[in-house]
Design a protein around this ligand. Sequence first.
Ligand SMILES: Nc1ncnc2c1ncn2[C@@H]1O[C@H](COP(=O)(O)OP(=O)(O)OP(=O)(O)O)[C@@H](O)[C@H]1O
Ligand SMILES: [Mg+2]
Length: 365
Amino acid sequence: MIEVEHLSLTYHSAKQTHLAVDDVSFTVKQGQFYTLLGPSGCGKTTTLRCVAGLERPDLGEIRIDGAPVSSSNKDVWIPPNRRSIGMVFQSYAIWPHMTVFENVAFPLRYGVKKVSGRDVRDRVQKALDLVQLGHLADRAAPHLSGGQQQRLALARAFVMEPKVLLLDEPLSNLDAKLREEMRIELRHLVKSMGVTTIFVTHEQIEALTLSDVIAVMKNGKIVQEGNPLDIYQRPANAFVADFIGKSNLVPGTVTTNPSANGIVRVDCAWGSLACSAPSGSTSGAIMVAIRPEHLELTPSGSADENVLVGTLEAAAFVGNMTDCIVKVGQTSFKVQLHPDRTPVVGSQVSLYIAARHCLAMRADA
Ligand SMILES: Nc1ncnc2c1ncn2[C@@H]1O[C@H](COP(=O)(O)OP(=O)(O)OP(=O)(O)O)[C@@H](O)[C@H]1O
Ligand SMILES: [Mg+2]
């Protein structure tokens, strides 16, 4: 288990200071796959480096299996090589002058807990077999494919049998197809090891497919934590709705109290919408988030509520759907339609959105 409490870190450079991590707290349970997700510069790597002991936080406490490894109050500081952590960086940091075997053996031979010759061989072989590189032990490390190098980096992290695995964008320099394969493999590997893992990414699809829990970060803070379905279906604010998947975000004003089933009425630029408020009560000025896949075509002239009448401005066939732009008043909506049901560009369309898919939320994160 990893517990991070009130972690803060400011970088100081010649001219300026930058609060990279701002009072971040989270808990990763034993064996959990926990992801820090957010845009570039939001503080993901810095948070991970604090857990690894590669940065010293200004404030806060980090505990691994209950024992503090860093605490500003208690003045505790355990150096990285004594934290029982395996780490995989984006670059993999593989030693090019060594074989596959020697790369994995390195931490056993030169780490804090030195391991004797025969044990080295057994443990390296076990780690390589786990990532299916056993048959390539004698190959020079640079002569591996991208995906194999990534597995080698994992084997080197696994060989020490760490309590905690930290992964900083480990899939980002693989090509798209391999990245998809490795995504599935990575979760399988980590879960079969049972190791408590923090994974860092700015790719929402990686976070959604890999994680038990996702923490969405913005400007050094965690703005929402939850399981992938919660984060996607019940974003807490407009930032999360926009960052995770695509959303149409339209400003509005709540004009009623919630009904018995939690529906509120919201006035928007072109009219009124029935919305749900999944992340708690809302009032006054809010944002409505609508996913492109939740807008459906209705027969023209339908008078039901939550129908938007507009003009189909653009349509791009992308295989399993057609990405469309529909202009309603001054607002452009991203809409995903079935290719067989896409009207001609320029025609008038009416779109229906179920109230449960019109999410009223706070505009700020
Ligand atoms: N050594 C440093 N000195 C000064 N500022 C730094 C340093 N390292 C990072 N920063 C700044 O701290 C902020 C957080 O950086 P961090 O590397 O944690 O972001 P990140 O979320 O990992 O981003 P990315 O997705 O681009 O890797 C950024 O604004 C960055 O410019
Ligand atoms: Mg980073």
